[in-house]
Design a binder for this molecule. Structure first.
Ligand code: SAM
Length: 320
């Protein structure tokens, strides 16, 4: 017998305390204008504020910043408002020091500094600039409601992602048609990988890779993560499984082998589709790759499809 849902009490506005109502209204405003936060972050990166604070020793006053950024006089009064918002978001700190307002870098803005000495080469500024641009992905998200409404029962499947509905092909196929865009995407993901590699190797490197003979980075982009593993654990045979157009791009950029500039760190590139086959390895690494592969091709629990074959069929530790 079908269970009856419990009778729901619909909250009446009159029963909600005024304070909660005003808070709820603020939350709706905040969420509806959430793009202002991304745009403020983008603006800070484009103006070079993290670099300017870093160059002045990690702390800067407003006059110091105005001078460093060469802001025209008419715009100067607005910088403090931008800095206040960014401080509220945790990008900088804002505090009075000796009677003067002083801005300092936080761990978040340290990751936006271009000086490799500050963050080990893991600068995420290019990532911010790209992710906050009016991208194809954003245009696809604008049509999410249309995607939900589109009836795909006639085609018998779960249907394609919103991106495919908007552009007629998936994100990676679109990226494959534009070599320049693909190269810059992998360059900015490389910065992210440099950061994640630092943390992964520090926190569990020995435990995961110490006894491993082979590692495959599935959807491993330009191989930044695989090279970091290889550098730290030279005994591990490191390979990268990537879509053919990505492997082609990496080979073209590195002169054939996929090694880095001085050829010191060798990682093998395998062209293929993770949905079909993953090469055998002791460790299988999935960094931002399930997202990349398109949820519609994954099983309902978000994992790779059971039809995808894996190397020798033995189980391996999976890092994702
Ligand atoms: C978000 S990027 C992550 C790249 C890299 N793992 C990183 O974190 O820097 C996702 C990657 O998965 C790759 N990819 C997408 N679908 C794939 C597939 N079916 N088989 C293999 N690689 C795929 C893309 O080319 C892209 O490089």
């Amino acid at each position: 017998m079908a269970a009856h849902p419990k009778q729901q009490v619909v909250p009446s506005r009159a029963a909600i305390p005024s304070e909660e109502l005003i808070q709820a209204q603020a939350e709706i405003w905040c969420l509806s204008s959430a793009y202002v936060k991304s745009m403020a972050l983008r603006c800070a990166v484009k103006l070079g504020i993290p670099d300017a604070i870093h160059r002045s020793g990690g702390a800067a006053t407003l006059p110091g910043l105005l001078a460093a950024l060469s802001i025209p006089e008419a715009r100067q009064p607005h910088l403090s408002r931008l800095m206040r918002l960014l401080a509220t978001l945790g990008i900088f700190t804002e505090a009075k020091e000796g009677g003067v307002v002083c801005y300092r870098l936080t761990p978040a803005s340290l990751l936006l500094v271009h000086d490799a000495g500050a963050n080990g080469g893991a600068c995420l500024s290019e990532y911010v600039a790209s992710a906050t641009a009016l991208s194809d992905s954003l245009m696809a998200y604008l049509r999410l409601d249309e995607w939900f409404r589109s009836d795909v029962s006639a085609s018998g499947g779960g249907g394609s992602p919103a991106f495919v509905m908007a552009y007629g092909m998936d994100y990676w196929a679109a990226a494959g048609r534009d070599a320049e865009r693909s190269a810059s995407f992998h360059e900015l993901m490389g910065s992210d990988s440099r950061l994640v590699a630092q943390v992964v190797l520090r926190e569990c490197g020995g435990e995961v890779f110490g006894g491993a003979a082979a590692m495959v980075d599935v959807g491993g982009g330009d191989g930044t993560m695989a090279r970091a593993v290889k550098t730290a654990f030279p005994h591990v045979r490191c390979s990268v499984l990537e879509l053919p157009h990505v492997v082609e791009g990496v080979r073209a950029a590195t002169g054939g082998g996929g090694d880095d500039d001085d050829g010191a760190v060798e990682v093998e590139f395998v062209a293929g589709d993770m949905m079909d086959h993953i090469p055998a390895a002791d460790v299988v690494l999935l960094k931002c790759s399930q997202f990349g592969s398109g949820a519609s091709r994954c099983d309902s629990d978000g994992t790779l499809p059971k039809t995808a074959s894996y190397g020798s069929g033995e189980s391996s530790p999976i890092l994702s």
